[in-house]
Design a protein around this ligand. Structure first.
Ligand code: ADP
Ligand code: MG
Length: 361
């Protein structure tokens, strides 16, 4: 469980961002049928902002007068929250802005954070609609915990901040290929997994990480970032070797790499059972090449209940880390951050413990 640090003041004023296109395109209907009355009865004043296009939410929170709001709530999939978090950290007052409590209501096809919040509250797996009710209820309770954010450095483009996952190989491919099945809702990942299994491939790359238990690691002297957000103290420049206290993975052939910082990767993918929103840990999983299709399928089926670590799969490795680097060697491929595609190439990540605030149970 995440440790609760405060409660939203009453009556609270929420900025509620709804993506009408997320998931099966039902977010607004779900709001009208379930959420509006629930919030009103709980004395939560809220103003609806309907997003009109990609990056609209990011622009809204970048410009918003945050003193008007007690919380920002996202009703969509994880993609919209990714925009909101990055928008907050692009503000000149990012240090203050990122402390606004963030809430999530599942309205998309990928509702990993909503499923995680529901799990942290101690509740068990439920259907998508029950998940929405549960998250609405938790939102009305208004308990606020810390949430780790992971800074992501790529060789091009600005730094990104991630609250959920960094993926390469099988999982990233499934996430993106399954976008075309979004009309089936959360089942899109199951369909995508079965399709991808049929054309299972190997991804070549180099991986290295800093184990979480080594707390006394030497800060790196990286070039100071011109843009906003906290300083990355563990990461050397991406074109320089990793420090000597990092673990360099021997293998260079993989089926997948998945770094997780919440318990769920999707509603029915309980990928990191030990993870909480504020443990300061990146749960790094990778699967070595050589695994059979049957064994990989078994892993994904076990992941529904979070028992994949006890299946004794020799190809699956789990490490708790504070920082990591991936240098893909395969010429083409997909890397995702919180389910969104980023530039393919070398990438490194570092955890910033408790940087954000999450309305949780
Ligand atoms: P899902 O889980 O269904 O993918 P997301 O929250 O991840 O839901 O949303 C997917 C994408 O939709 C996000 O990248 C977001 O920027 C984009 N988006 C937001 N509002 C709109 C809109 N009105 N039309 C189209 N895309 C939008
Ligand atoms: Mg998405």
């Amino acid at each position: 469980m995440s440790s609760v640090m405060s409660t939203l003041s009453r009556p609270s004023r929420m900025m509620l961002l709804v993506n009408p296109q997320s998931g099966k395109g039902q977010a607004l209907t779900l709001y009208n049928n379930h959420i509006q009355r629930m919030l009103n009865e709980a004395g939560v004043t809220h103003t609806l902002f309907i997003t009109e296009r990609q990056n609209h939410a990011r622009e809204l929170v970048k410009e918003a007068d945050l003193s008007q709001w007690d919380a920002l709530v996202i009703m969509s999939g994880d993609g919209l929250l990714f925009e909101v978090i990055n928008g907050l950290l692009e503000r000149p007052d990012w240090e203050e802005a990122i402390r606004i409590p963030l809430g999530i209501l599942p309205g998309g096809s990928g509702n990993a954070l909503a499923a995680s919040v529901h799990h942290y509250s101690g509740a068990s797996l439920v259907s998508t609609e029950e998940l929405l009710i549960s998250c609405g209820f938790l939102l009305c309770q208004g308990l606020v915990a810390h949430m780790d954010l992971i800074s992501i450095q790529l060789s091009s483009g600005p730094r990104l901040f991630s609250f959920l996952s960094l993926a390469w190989g099988f999982v990233a491919d499934v996430d993106i290929e399954s976008e075309k099945y979004r009309h089936v809702g959360a089942a899109r990942f199951t369909v995508g997994t079965l399709v991808r299994l049929a054309s299972l491939r190997v991804y070549k790359g180099k991986m290295a990480y800093l184990l979480a238990r080594r707390t006394e690691s030497t800060p790196c002297r990286s070039a100071s970032e011109a843009n906003a957000g906290p300083h990355d103290s563990l990461l050397p420049p991406l074109d320089q070797p990793v420090p000597s206290d990092w673990v360099v993975v021997e293998e260079e052939e993989f089926v997948l790499m998945l770094a997780m910082y919440q318990s769920h990767l999707a509603e029915d993918l309980f990928a990191a059972p030990e993870a909480t929103s504020d443990d300061g840990v990146i749960h790094l999983f990778y699967v070595r090449a050589g695994i059979s299709r049957a064994a990989l399928l078994k892993l994904f089926l076990a992941m529904e209940k979070g028992t994949h670590m006890v299946t004794n799969c020799q190809h699956l490795v789990h490490a708790k880390v504070r920082a990591l680097r991936l240098e893909p060697l395969s010429p083409k491929g997909i890397i995702t951050v919180d389910g969104e595609v980023v530039d393919y190439g070398p990438v490194q990540a570092e955890v910033h413990r408790g940087l954000a605030r999450l309305i949780t149970g």
